[in-house]
Ligand binder design. Structure first.
Ligand SMILES: NC(=O)c1ccc[n+]([C@@H]2O[C@H](COP(=O)([O-])OP(=O)(O)OC[C@H]3O[C@@H](n4cnc5c(N)ncnc54)[C@H](O)[C@@H]3O)[C@@H](O)[C@H]2O)c1
Length: 377
């Protein structure tokens, strides 16, 4: 018997429906959204059953094994706890939660449950991350010196619950790559708020006066410092979500845009009679995008069009976030089928999410250094 997955929240969640439908270990996909029109539209497009209006009905359905939560951020912690309590495996969009208490609450519910929890962090499954990971593992960078993560987006016109959102509460896309590359966690953080958020953008009810926040994270067991910039308003810059990394021998630079390839900087000795090392700049190689995926999912790492059984017409499926979505789906479903922890289980997710929560506390305290809790067992 394959897995039955409910996709809860069909905005960003819609992108995941054809991926679950295409996974060989998934039997059924059940749509859940309180917006009935949206749910009906997605059901019709992808030939799904009618589904449910609310999470609790899905949790009461004994045929549903797993839920993937893609509802607004403020719902994540309560929905994840409710789903685990109902005995369902859970995947949840980032961030895991926005308070340290909620991170602890989710870990307490997940620990010992025998269920899978996975935070669906796109940034550690995108093609750029995967390529850099291969080079770091092969020792090509040499000793690492500099990491800069950034997420710059403009939230004007987004739903009310995004207005004034503390940028560091969403730091996982910019920070998790370095934590995953080095298999480490954050020891402490100093963060400053930058700019002054216009009163008209403070309507979401958050304690946040900053359009941007800039943090320096100290890492356990490494000299490398992670420098992370988050900006959600009042910053005239194209959407960017990415990172740069430099070591003694090799550097990687990327604009953080799906349409722009990254570059590698290869350090060479000075030319004879010259001073200063030469740096050769070359396009970053693309790692094999579908590696490790079942054939039916590999095609989703690039923009594609699908018409699965029962679908009335073909539908375009974008491969945003570096083609990461099929990898996330495969890891979540595989961890259920193989009865093992997911790669981003609740303790890893907390270790990747807490630093941003603490960074915002530091920014509110004008940059005071703050320790980040340790979530290892
Ligand atoms: N790269 C990434 O990882 C990435 C990218 C985009 C969004 N996200 C995350 O995905 C989540 C969803 O983002 P979005 O842009 O689709 O949000 P959205 O607000 O556009 O859509 C949310 C959907 O959830 C539905 N919904 C809201 N409350 C509900 C409830 N109580 N029960 C059932 N349905 C409910 C809404 O009707 C809507 O269709 C957010 O948490 C966001 O942070 C992550």
């Amino acid at each position: 018997m394959g897995v039955t997955v409910a996709v809860v929240g069909l905005g960003f969640g819609r992108d995941f429906v054809p991926l679950y439908r295409s996974h060989p270990a998934v039997d059924r996909v059940v749509p859940v959204d309180s917006d009935r029109e949206r749910r009906a539209r997605v059901s019709e497009e992808f030939a799904l059953e009618a589904g449910y209006d609310d999470l609790s009905s899905a949790l009461d359905d004994p045929t549903i094994d797993a839920v993937h939560i893609l509802t607004p951020v403020a719902t994540h912690a309560d929905f994840v706890v409710a789903a685990l309590r109902a005995g369902k495996h859970v995947a949840c969009a980032v961030p895991m939660a926005t308070s340290l208490d909620d991170l602890t609450r989710i870990i307490a519910e997940h620990d010992g449950s025998g269920l899978v929890y996975m935070m669906m962090e796109t940034a550690v499954y995108g093609r750029e991350f995967r390529m850099v990971d291969e080079l770091v593992s092969a020792g090509r960078f040499g000793a690492l010196t500099m990491y800069r993560g950034f997420h710059i987006q403009n939230l004007d016109g987004f739903p009310a619950y995004w207005q004034g959102f503390p940028p560091m509460h969403y730091a996982t896309h910019a920070l998790s790559p370095v934590l995953a590359l080095l298999d480490t966690t954050v020891e402490s953080v100093r963060c400053l708020g930058a700019g002054r958020l216009d009163e008209k953008r403070r309507t979401g009810g958050f304690d946040n006066p900053f359009p941007a926040e800039i943090a320096l994270f100290r890492l356990h067991g490494h000299d490398l410092v992670a420098d992370v910039t988050m900006a959600f308003s009042q910053t005239a810059h194209p959407y960017a979500e990415g990172f740069s990394l430099a070591g003694e021998h090799l550097g990687f630079d990327w604009a953080g845009d799906d349409a722009v390839e990254g570059v590698l900087h290869r350090m060479e000795p000075p030319a004879p009679g010259e001073r200063g090392n030469r740096v050769v700049v070359e396009p970053a190689p693309t790692s094999s995008r579908g590696a490790g995926l079942p054939p039916s999912l590999a095609g989703f790492t690039v923009d594609t069009e699908v018409q699965l059984d029962g679908m009335p017409r073909p539908v375009s499926v974008g491969a945003s976030h570096g083609g990461s979505h099929p990898h996330l789906v495969h890891e979540f479903i595989s961890s259920i089928v193989e009865r093992r922890a997911s790669r981003i289980d609740s303790r890893v997710a907390a270790a990747w999410t807490a630093p941003g929560i603490v960074a915002h506390q530091s920014a509110l305290a004008d940059g005071a250094e703050r320790a980040v809790p340790d979530y290892s067992k």
